[in-house]
Design a binder for this molecule. Structure first.
Ligand SMILES: [Fe+2]
Length: 313
């Protein structure tokens, strides 16, 4: 039986202010820029990102999906810099696709900039009305790319799939399932809850319950996301047959807790069946990624509860 391996990186947060203009100081970009200056400067380390990209090249999966936040302020210069950083993967012959995160749609219209600058990283449109979701078949695995990113007011980072995209998504997932394919959804925002946060209202997925219900109805096998900068693998409470996996930011090397540091994900399918969850995590004591560690599918906790972080097990 054929084996298909899908790799995941998320939240690259490539910073390049070359296209920052004085007029941007009158937009939400000013809060993002200040946040970067005050809190994030030095946190997102491009050497860590390059090591994550090298780890993907070395492993040679069948596909790499980047689950959003490729940039910090959605500047054209940042999209170009992010694309350049991913070039080693493309040159290795590993197909790469990406979806937008909240940082990639900082302003209304930013998603158009992403679609222009990262055109060769976009999967084909799948919905009957065009646009998102986008679909790529990788052997027996159907990778469905969803856009949850919305231009929000300052200090807000919530997302939404939206009724129209949800309707198209249901048709696409059902058709792929009926065709005997494994169904994998890539969406930036977490579909359920952020770990260790008291209030999630400013940054959650507003129609997360609808997405989870869709996962249950369509038998979605795997949902890959980012946004939380936190390693979080679990079965969805409302859709226990769906495994959800969120990773730490691929450029975060010195986060306070190991589960928030950079990670590389690898998901293995035997035919259309999900059979393996493997991860490499950034080891700040060695300035290198750990060897691959497995999170056992058979040992995942009760739906809604996170698997123990592999580095702490
Ligand atoms: Fe992020």
């Amino acid at each position: 039986m054929s084996t298909t391996r899908i790799a995941q990186l998320t939240d690259l947060h490539v910073i390049d202010f070359a296209d920052l203009r004085p007029r941007d100081m009158a937009t939400k970009r000013v809060t993002g820029w200040l946040n970067h200056r005050l809190h994030r400067s030095g946190a997102h380390d491009m050497q860590v990102l390059d090591a994550a990209i090298a780890a993907v090249c070395e492993d040679g999966p069948d596909h790499l999906v980047v689950t959003g936040d490729l940039t910090n302020l959605a500047l054209p210069s940042e999209f170009r810099a992010a694309r350049l950083r991913l070039d080693p993967v493309v040159r290795s012959g590993i197909p790469v696709t990406a979806i937008p995160g909240n940082h990639d749609v900082y302003l209304a219209g930013s998603v158009g900039v992403l679609e222009r600058e990262l055109e060769d990283l976009l999967a084909p449109e799948a919905g009957d009305g065009g646009g998102w979701p986008r679909l790529l078949r990788i052997g027996p695995v159907s990778l469905v790319h969803v856009n949850t990113a919305v231009a929000t007011p300052p200090f807000m980072a919530w997302g939404r799939v939206g009724d129209e995209q949800l309707a198209r998504l249901e048709r696409v997932c059902s058709a792929e399932r009926d065709a005997g394919q494994a169904v994998v959804i890539a969406a930036h925002h977490h579909p359920d809850r952020a770990p260790a946060r008291r209030s999630d209202e400013r940054r959650n997925l507003r129609d997360g319950p609808a997405l989870r219900a869709l996962c249950r109805r369509c038998g979605v096998d795997l949902l890959l996301h980012g946004h939380n900068h936190h390693h979080q693998v679990r079965r969805l409470a409302d859709a226990p047959s769906t495994v959800a996996s969120g990773l730490g930011s691929a450029s975060l090397g010195l986060a306070a807790r190991p589960e928030k540091r950079a990670a590389v994900g690898r998901y293995t399918f035997s035919g259309p069946r999900l059979t393996g969850l493997h991860f490499r995590m950034w080891d700040a004591t060695r300035d290198a990624f750990s060897p691959w560690v497995e999170v056992s599918l058979d040992a995942l906790p009760a739906p809604g509860r996170d698997a123990p972080f592999p580095g702490l097990a």
